[in-house]
Design a protein around this ligand. Structure first.
Ligand SMILES: Cc1cc2nc3c(=O)[nH]c(=O)nc-3n(C[C@H](O)[C@H](O)[C@H](O)COP(=O)(O)OP(=O)(O)OC[C@H]3O[C@@H](n4cnc5c(N)ncnc54)[C@H](O)[C@@H]3O)c2cc1C
Ligand code: FES
Ligand code: FES
Length: 1342
């Protein structure tokens, strides 16, 4: 039982104010404390700081970043460091000062320059990641007021953003850096602003183009003296440290923080099972997801002995309590820890915690182990040393700590002159990703020779613990450092470090290959070093084997270079507004996102930031653990027995309709996937609701068949809807007349939306007339409203859905929020209480599905010069267990499959497979990014067959003149061609292609690739009714204007654009106009904000409403042209003229007749082209993005800053789809990848080194509002240029090595796939398993 009276007082500061808490729960984190704390603090101050966000709860995304400041007892200085509040135990903050985004600055008082700059540089879209970004940058500036660009990227490496593509965030940070950010239009040899009078830039004339999206000169300067000081009271506390043991008692857990080492050792005797919590970055996630429970936690935070660092002649001794960031600084010369997690984690995690946790993929342990590090242990009994060796790492009791011992420090001996130590790692992406495999290697050569005197090799990621290859190393002693030794070593290592085919984590063959590839890198590294030593110590030359000294030829040196982390640069180019446009008219100008400043200060309210409402309860969901089974029983009794649990909601509680047949809200009788919702617990706290879900006992009887893969679905004829087909010409006949035919297969993996704000909803039942208010994070409030209505069996008019803003949607919040809204509403009606449902990241990823994985087969017939005469493509998408949007996705996929190509004889067929996986749904691009990859792969294959570069084949087959698509919609491809040509030109494609070839000739282990991809992207829904939109505009008597429209603010800046429209139409400044929220009570029957047309259609509705109002005002204005807006409104009111109007847009004409295969399904097309260049490491499969140039046809952009932001963000999201984002399912259909640890979206270091985006000088499309175009989705597919650049590099490798070029195309092009495609002597030497002999860890579902 919690015992506040016995508990000590927890004292710390938040934003300069003192917090004194006796009633603190040791299980609580700083994040929950900040967001939810309701206790009255000193001076009657309520905490409730919701600027710090929850997005993953595992330290992996940085959304909850805050700054912690502590007095360092060793250096006697104040240390400021960023941490992830979601992992920071609240009790660990004793004596610390916490600064949250609210403490940095506020709109109400004073903005901090960091906040101002991130907002004004357009570094926020949905804004959910922004407070975390601000805090990482702020902490950096507290430590380095003028940081280097490298420090900046390092500081932001642990912060994920799913919207922006990072470029503008970095840009804002760069304004504080020492280096100037000069124009980086590399390759052209010219700065974009330097075009001479007679020069014609590829993008138009000088005065028409603009490259400035914000005015740096306006920024307030950074004044470090303005920052919050470290509280003097804490300083006094630190200088006279409390030696007394502090104890905090919770309901289940007691936190004990001794003040002296002696007390800690005593406590360890008393509580031998109690772990030491330092950073909590290992214990915290384990307690959460592996349900570890520790009734007593010991905190050594106040023990200064654990933070000591001593240097002696034989080595370095680093205190176990030192953070990994401090360790990184200390060991900078020897080990690079920069790629270990994000900076927040490195700041929190301790060396001791790291070593003792013995994670199988620990980055430090292998290198410490080979360096002969020793662990200095201490207990009441005294001290002793144990080696950090394979026995310790394997957890052998004889080599481990005794329960009463703790690790005091780690001793790392200095290396010797003829000794070489190196560390290697390969992860899914460069930064903030756990390694697949890592290694530490050390060799000591006999002085003056290349003979091995001592050798140690340790690997991580290839077993349950770090593995030492002791046996192999022993056998190699005395051998010379040469090729023969290398071959023998590889053989020995593969034998000793053996991985079974079914090894957890999968990627078995890749891991085996890395085992030997790393050794090869080390081998070359040592040879290189030897060369240097030979030069240095000429006496030894004779002792070295001259044959082998020469072996690191220049061509092979490329194996040694790691890809450095570089700071992206780039230029964004757009067309300036007409010089005659009135200054007040904001249309076409790069106006900052309306909420940007609020995002940056944490004042922007998201759904879960709404303060707790009276009598509110929390809901947690119970999901199926079986893929296909009959539900035999659901026993909720144990859950109901738990304290604070109020009720369990099952299908029986639904008063109305339980979803649709085959797509139930709550499962009845049968489940068809792991993750299907069965019931929901309602409790007084979120923690208790979650705990109670584990007490619900469900018994199942498994059913057959169980289908996960597309292949199995085809075999079982398991489909969700009929085939969709389009055909033109005579495909069979054409195949008979062509020179060559090739057939191929393409597999495209699925994608998780990974919106930073997980699904959440708050349902508030009202006391009268069954009314409900629903606050929900959705792209489609009308759908939530309708679903709740049918679920509760009450009319739609009683339900109001409110959407203030959504923390990213990308299609994932079109259909699913209705499910959560409806279940929460059932809970609200049954209990009579408001219900809050916030999905944690794991549940969100498990339940909600994502982009459809695709399997495509093509047969293509062409002439020898690359003209494609016939193409037959068959696509299957994995729809999961219910229909959802799968039929529509199939249709869009088929409609868009031709991309930019005119092929006379075409046949496209598509089917959506029904499998026992969570239902897949809408996702940015809606089938196009997967489908067009098949088309482009086919083109690439044709090029390879013809021996021509792919861009030639693309160009040859592209639409060139006014034409009709396969579904007979007429269009003019002129803009497509312009985009293509400008992209070729602007990227200096042809000269760079030659440079790439030159590079490839000179480098064997690193290869470059370059690709340019054209795009014709159709915008909108294929039905007119889906393009209708409405708006409601009120003018109030003070002249202020309130606009409401049917679109939802997802970060795409729709509200900003709508204000720009209203401002132009009403001819008043934007500051007069306000948008509060999207609500079903003000604008009814809205369409989902999706398909890139949100701003188009709602813009027309807002325009219409404003024009109606202006027309009403016209007589008054005419009569008093000299009057002010306020005068006219006053007069209108006096004259009883209605100052409120509804605007309406009936929608674009769009239809599709699938019977006939003809239609006019899309209002217009967006054209674009992207060129990307990459470099791959053939030994590890890693790649570096060197440069990307995008040309996009935005027509007359409403807001170039927002549109460029959409293009960049979707490009980076597409790049993630095609390179790193990989969903892993178990053979039982359980999604493994349920957190940012396992699912890697791009981080800041994944942005191309040079990233240029240009909007094509305007073309016209009279159809849309002010001739603008919707750009929300199209950039996604351009991310495939990175995929094809990687494929280009791989193809070069394969050509050079004489291996077939037409390998199977698989997306994403992960390091695993790239490495395995670059077959070499190492891939040849690894053992291969017969697939029939083992059960793999994961199954491919595409
Ligand atoms: C998002 C994220 C990303 C990560 N990425 C990487 C990565 O890329 N590479 C990598 O190698 N690691 C990575 N890690 C793991 C991280 O390095 C470890 O979790 C961390 O080093 C553990 O240190 P800690 O202080 O947080 O340990 P805690 O969680 O506080 O403690 C862990 C264990 O160590 C014990 N312990 C701690 N100190 C002592 C002591 N002095 N004496 C005896 N026992 C002690 C505790 O009893 C406990 O059992 C990542 C972790 C997270 C959360
Ligand atoms: S919520 Fe804390 S790091 Fe993601
Ligand atoms: S703005 Fe970064 S996640 Fe949306």
């Amino acid at each position: 039982m919690r015992c506040a009276s016995r508990s000590d007082e927890l004292v710390f500061f938040v934003n300069g104010r003192k917090v004194m808490e006796r009633n603190v729960d040791p299980e609580g984190t700083l994040l929950t404390f900040l967001r939810k704390n309701w206790t009255l603090l000193s001076k009657s101050w309520l905490l409730r700081l919701t600027g710090t966000k929850y997005a993953c709860g595992r330290g992996g995304c940085g959304a909850c970043t805050v700054m912690v400041s502590k007095h360092d007892p060793v250096s006697r200085k104040i240390r400021h460091f960023s941490v992830t509040a979601c992992l920071m135990p609240i009790c660990s903050l004793y004596g610390a000062a916490v600064t949250t985004v609210e403490g940095v600055g506020s709109i109400k008082t004073r903005l901090h320059p960091v906040q101002e700059r991130i907002a004004k540089s357009h570094g926020t879209q949905c804004g959910f990641c922004t407070p975390g970004m601000v805090m990482s940058m702020y902490t950096l500036l507290r430590n380095h007021p003028q940081p280097s660009e490298e420090q900046l990227t390092e500081a932001l490496g642990g912060n994920l953003c799913r919207c922006t593509g990072y470029r503008p965030i970095l840009e804002s940070g760069r304004t504080f850096c020492m280096e100037s950010n000069s124009c980086q239009q590399k390759g052209t040899g010219k700065c974009c602003l330097d075009w001479g009078e007679n020069d014609s830039s590829p993008l138009g004339k000088k005065n028409e183009i603009c490259t400035k999206l914000f005015a740096k000169e306006e920024f307030q300067s950074l004044d470090p003296t303005q920052e919050l000081i470290f509280p003097p009271e804490l300083l006094r506390m630190a200088e006279n440290p409390e030696k007394r043991t502090l104890t905090f008692y919770g309901e289940r857990v007691t936190w004990i923080s001794p003040g002296t080492l002696k007390d800690l050792l005593e406590l360890k005797v008393k509580h031998p099972e109690a772990p030491l919590v330092v950073g909590n970055t290992s214990l915290g996630p384990a307690m959460k997801s592996q349900r570890q429970f520790h009734p007593v936690l010991l905190s050594p935070a106040r023990i200064s002995e654990l933070s000591m660092v001593t240097k002696t002649s034989d080595g370095l001794t680093i205190g176990a309590g030192c953070s990994l960031a401090q360790t990184q600084d200390i060991l900078a010369e020897r080990i690079h820890l920069r790629s270990l997690a994000g900076q927040q984690i490195r700041n929190m995690a301790s060396l001791g915690g790291h070593v003792i946790s013995r994670h199988c993929c620990s980055d430090l342990n292998p290198v410490l182990a080979v360096s002969n590090a020793t662990l200095n242990l201490i207990s009441e009994e005294g001290t002793r040393q144990i080696p950090l060796n394979e026995h310790f790492l394997a957890g052998l009791a004889s080599a481990d700590l005794k329960p009463e011992e703790i690790l005091e420090s780690v001793h790392i001996p200095h290396s010797q002159k003829w000794e070489f130590v190196s560390a290697f790692r390969q992860a899914q992406c460069q930064q903030n990703a756990l390694p697949h495999v890592n290694a530490g290697m050390r060799v000591l050569l006999k002085e003056g020779t290349d003979s091995i005197e001592d050798l140690s090799i340790a690997y991580g990621g290839v077993g349950a613990a770090t593995i030492s290859a002791h046996r192999s190393c022993q056998q190699l002693l005395g051998r010379r450092w040469n090729e023969l030794m290398l071959d023998e070593a590889c053989r020995l290592l593969l034998d000793e470090v053996s991985l079974p085919g079914s090894a957890p984590g999968g990627r078995v063959e890749f891991k085996r290959t890395l085992v030997v590839s790393f050794l090869f890198k080390f081998y070359l590294e040592v040879l290189q070093e030897l060369k240097k030593l030979v030069k240095l110590f000429s006496v030894a030359v004779g002792a070295l084997d001259s044959r082998h000294r020469s072996e690191v030829s220049d061509q092979f040196l490329s194996a040694l270079e790691d890809f450095p982390v570089t700071i992206p640069q780039g230029v964004q180019t757009y067309q300036n507004v007409d010089p005659h446009q009135p200054l007040q008219d904001p249309v076409g100008r790069p106006i900052m996102h309306l909420s940007a400043l609020k995002h940056a200060t944490g004042e922007a309210m998201f759904c879960d930031d709404i303060p707790v409402v009276d009598k509110e309860l929390f809901m947690a969901l119970v999901t199926s653990s079986r893929a296909h089974a009959k539900i035999i029983s659901i026993d909720v009794s144990k859950a109901l027995e738990l304290p604070e649990v109020v009720d369990v909601i099952t299908a029986e509680d639904i008063p109305g309709t339980n979803g649709a047949e085959g797509d139930k809200l709550l499962a009845v009788e049968e489940v068809t996937c792991v993750g299907q919702i069965i019931c929901a617990v309602v409790a007084e706290t979120d923690v208790q609701a979650k705990r109670a879900t584990e007490k619900i006992e469900i018994t199942y009887e498994d059913l057959e068949p169980v289908i996960f893969t597309i292949k199995d679905a085809i075999k079982h004829n398991s489909f969700l809807c009929p085939e969709k087909k389009l055909e033109q010409g005579n495909v069979e006949e054409a195949f008979e007349k062509v020179d060559q035919i090739i057939e191929g297969e393409v597999h495209v993996g699925g994608q998780e939306h990974f919106y930073m704000e997980t699904q959440r909803v708050l349902v508030i039942p009202k006391t009268e007339d069954k009314e409900l208010d629903i606050y929900v994070s959705t792209q489609d409030p009308a759908h939530v409203q309708k679903t709740v209505s049918s679920t509760l069996n009450i009319p739609i008019n009683r339900i109001t859905c409110h959407v203030k803003r959504v923390g990213g949607g990308f299609g994932g919040k079109v259909g699913k929020p209705a499910v959560f809204g409806a279940i929460a509403a059932v809970g609200a009606i049954k209990t009579g209480h408001p219900i809050r449902l916030v999905l944690d990241r794991e549940d969100d990823m498990l339940i909600t599905g994502g982009r459809h994985p695709l399997f495509g087969k093509y047969k293509v017939g062409f002439t020898n010069n690359g003209r494609i005469k016939a193409l037959d493509i068959e696509c299957y998408i994995n729809g999961g267990c219910t229909l959802d949007d799968s039929e529509l996705v199939t249709e869009f996929l088929i409609l868009k499959l031709e991309n930019a190509y005119k092929i006379r004889n075409l046949r496209f067929r598509g089917r959506a497979c029904m499998t026992n996986l969570p239902s897949n749904t809408a996702f940015r691009g809606f089938g196009f990014p997967q489908g067009a990859l098949v088309t482009e792969s086919c083109i690439t294959a044709v090029a390879a067959k013809c021996g021509l570069p792919p861009e030639k084949i693309r160009e040859k087959n592209m639409y060139k003149t006014v034409d009709k698509t396969i579904y007979k919609q007429a269009f003019n491809p002129e803009t497509l061609i312009r985009c293509w040509n400008e992209c070729l030109d602007k990227s200096s494609f042809h000269s760079r292609r030659m440079q790439v070839e030159e590079f490839n000739k000179k480098n064997y282990w690193k290869k470059k690739g370059i690709a340019i991809i054209p795009m014709k992207f159709s915008v909108g829904f294929a039905a007119t009714s889906y393009h209708q939109a409405a708006a409601l505009v009120h003018i109030y008597t003070d002249g202020s204007v309130l606009v409401t429209h049917g679109g939802n603010e997802l970060g795409q800046g729709i509200h900003t654009k709508m204000l720009q429209v209203a401002s132009r139409e009403l001819k008043i400044p934007m500051s007069y106009i306000h948008i509060s929220e999207t609500s079903t009570a003000t604008v009814p029957n809205t369409i989902a904000t999706a398909a890139s047309v949100g701003a188009d259609v709602n813009g027309r509705a807002v325009q219409n409403a404003c024009q109606i109002l202006l027309k009403r005002l016209e007589p008054i204005i005419k009569k008093h042209p000299e009057g002010t807006w306020e005068n006219w409104i006053e007069a209108a009111f006096e004259q009883r003229i209605s100052l409120s109007a509804t605007g309406y847009f009936r929608g674009y004409k769009a239809f599709m007749d699938w019977e006939k295969g003809v239609g006019d399904p899309f209002p217009y097309y967006v054209y674009g082209a992207a060129c990307s260049e990459v470099e791959i490491d053939c030994l590890t499969g890693a790649h570096k993005k060197i440069r990307t140039d995008i040309i996009m046809d935005a027509c007359c952009s409403l807001n170039p800053a927002i549109d460029i932001g959409q293009i960049e963000g979707s490009f980076i999201q597409g790049m993630g789809l095609y390179t790193t984002e990989e969903l892993k399912y178990s053979p039982e259909g359980i999604l493994y990848s349920r957190s940012p640890d396992e699912y890697k979206i791009p981080t800041i270091t994944d942005v191309p080194e040079e990233f240029n985006v240009s909007l094509l000088p305007s073309s016209q499309t009279p159809l849309t509002i002010y001739s603008s175009k919707g750009l929300g989705e199209s950039g996604m597919f351009l991310g495939s240029s990175v995929f094809f650049a990687i494929a280009d590099a791989v193809a070069t490798v394969r050509r050079e090595r004489d291996i077939a070029e037409d390998f199977m195309v698989q997306s994403p092009a992960t390091p695993e796939r790239v490495r395995m495609a670059c077959a070499d002597r190492f891939t040849k030497m690894i053992p291969r398993d017969d697939p029939e002999t083992f059960k793999p860890w994961s199954i491919p579902i595409a």
